[in-house]
Design a binder for this molecule. Structure first.
Ligand SMILES: *Cc1c(COP(=O)(O)O)cnc(C)c1O
Length: 231
C-alpha cells in the first residue's frame, strides 16, 4: 500500500461520487481508468496495490516495454491513436481498444483478434470539438456508415463511444462536446439497436466532474492520480 497513491485515489473517488450525486446518477455506473502513460510500471503496480484495476496507455511501444510481463490483476486499454502497423502487437497486449476511428482499423483489429482467438472490445472515438489535430470521427456521415458495417466484422465487439473534450476549453465548450457525444449515442442506439453503446468514455483530470454530469460512464484520469507526466 502506498499513502500517496491511496490519498489521490480517495480524493478522485470522492469527486466522482459528488458529481454522480449532483446529477442523480448511480456511482456504480461510473468506472475510473488510471491513465499511466509516461509513468513507470512501479507506479502502476503501487496504484494497483491500492485497488485500482483498470489502466489506460496511449502508445504501443510503451505498452510493450512496461507490460512485457502480464499482470493478472491489471486490465489495460489502448486509448491512443493506433496505426495499422501496430495493430498486431496491440491486439496481443491489451484488453480493449478505446480509440477506433476508421473502418480499416476496425477490420485490421478484427483480423488479428480472430487469428489469435480473441474478441476485442472496442470503443469508437469521436472528435466532438472539431479540433483538426485530434483523432476520431468528425463527420456523422462517415460515422454512421461505419456503424452500418462494424457489426459484420468478426473479432471486434463495439461497447460504446469515446471522446477527448476540447483541451483548455471553458465549461460551456466542455458541456457542449460531452452532451454531443451523449446525444450521438442515443441516435446510434436508435439506428443500430443490435450494437452495444453502454460505455461513454469521456472526462480527464481537468474535466471529469463535468463529463460525469453529462453522462460519462468511464473517466480517464492521469495527472490527478499520478502527478505531472515525465516526458
Ligand atoms: C493522457 C490522456 C488522458 C489523461 O489525461 P490527464 O489530463 O492527465 O488526466 C485521458 N485520455 C486520453 C486519450 C489521454 O491521452
Amino acid at each position: 500500500m502506498n499513502d500517496h497513491y491511496q490519498h489521490n485515489l480517495e480524493t478522485i473517488s470522492e469527486l466522482i461520487e459528488s458529481a454522480a450525486k449532483r446529477s442523480e446518477r448511480n456511482i456504480r455506473d461510473i468506472t475510473l481508468m488510471a491513465v499511466s502513460k509516461t509513468h513507470p510500471i512501479e507506479s502502476i503496480l503501487k496504484l494497483a496495490d491500492c485497488g485500482q484495476t483498470l489502466f489506460g496507455e496511449n502508445r504501443v511501444q510503451e505498452i510493450e516495454r512496461k507490460f512485457s510481463k502480464k499482470f493478472q490483476h491489471i486490465k489495460l486499454h489502448m486509448i491512443g491513436h493506433l496505426q495499422s502497423n501496430k495493430v498486431k502487437k496491440a491486439v496481443a497486449l491489451v484488453d480493449a481498444i478505446d480509440s477506433v476511428d476508421s473502418l480499416a482499423l476496425a477490420r485490421r483489429i478484427g483480423q488479428e483478434s480472430v487469428r489469435i482467438g480473441k474478441i476485442m472490445p472496442i470503443l469508437i472515438e469521436y472528435n466532438t470539438s472539431n479540433e483538426s489535430s485530434k483523432a476520431g470521427f468528425n463527420n456523422e456521415l462517415e460515422y454512421f456508415s461505419f456503424l452500418d458495417q462494424v457489426g459484420s466484422i468478426e473479432g471486434v465487439r463495439v461497447g460504446g463511444l469515446m471522446t477527448v473534450g476540447p483541451l483548455g476549453g471553458d465549461e460551456n465548450a466542455l458541456r457542449k462536446a460531452f452532451s454531443y457525444l451523449r446525444e450521438l449515442r442515443e441516435r446510434s442506439r436508435t439506428a443500430h439497436p443490435e450494437l452495444d453503446f453502454n460505455i461513454l468514455s469521456m472526462g480527464m483530470s481537468q474535466d471529469f466532474s463535468i463529463a460525469i454530469e453529462e453522462g460519462s460512464t468511464l473517466v480517464r484520469i492521469g495527472t490527478a492520480l499520478f502527478g505531472a507526466r515525465n516526458q
